[in-house]
Ligand binder design. Sequence first.
Ligand SMILES: C[S@@+](CC[C@H](N)C(=O)[O-])C[C@H]1O[C@@H](n2cnc3c(N)ncnc32)[C@H](O)[C@@H]1O
Length: 253
Amino acid sequence: MAWDPNLYLIFEKYRRQPAIDLLAHINLERPKVVFDLGCGPGNVTALLSERWPSANITGVDSSSEMLTKAAEIYPGIAWSKQDISEFAATDVDLIFSNAAFNWVPNHARLIASLARFLGEAGILAIQMPRNYEQPSHAQIVDCIESRPSRHHLRQFVDFTHVQPPAFYHDVLAPLVRNVEIWETNYFHVLQGDDPVLEWVMGTALRPVVNALSGSEKRDFVEEMRQRYRDAYPRGPDGTTLFAMQRLFVVAQR
Ligand SMILES: C[S@@+](CC[C@H](N)C(=O)[O-])C[C@H]1O[C@@H](n2cnc3c(N)ncnc32)[C@H](O)[C@@H]1O
């Protein structure tokens, strides 16, 4: 799908925090070879580069829009256009991924092959949103199912890729010496009239909205606006509390 880096970066401060939390769990002194899979506009890759300035770091993404933005802001980092499902390497010290694997299918195959790309004591560190049952995602599915064009629109949402924690443990345990898994529910305090709509328009809702045009697009967005206003009412101080559950996996070879 076509990404809009500027729309995505509106909530950069909130989207970056889980990456900082993931980074804090990586116990590597001086990794030499590092990949950031699904690097997006590169702001999180830049955090890796700040922490390990002498490492050979490559940001990998399938979106030209995101990579162009990344290269514009961080010309000193290497950027590579590639699908995560086709990524291959050997003797990697760190494979990092923040908020990207939720777009990639077949995690059993993906996670096992990434673990095999790690060198001795190499680390695989992943953060994935796991909000499928929350209104942010469930309302998209409901809205699609209420429309005559649902048969066409269904192909643009796939909220099935991210699996429960035990799944990642079971895939990784035979391949690595140590697996650490945890979940955090972030309660973001957002400003503005329709902050949840704005947030989701930059990610999960984007493929559906991009597939629509004219009055159908306007109606769909208006319906989602109302659904999010009902599901996430503004508090007495005018802010909106937006819960975002995220799953973290850190495995060391
Ligand atoms: C929500 S953004 C996360 C960006 C960045 N990691 C961050 O934390 O800000 C998801 C990124 O994953 C990329 N992506 C999604 N599916 C991908 C795939 N199959 N291969 C490579 N990149 C993919 C998208 O292009 C997008 O830039």
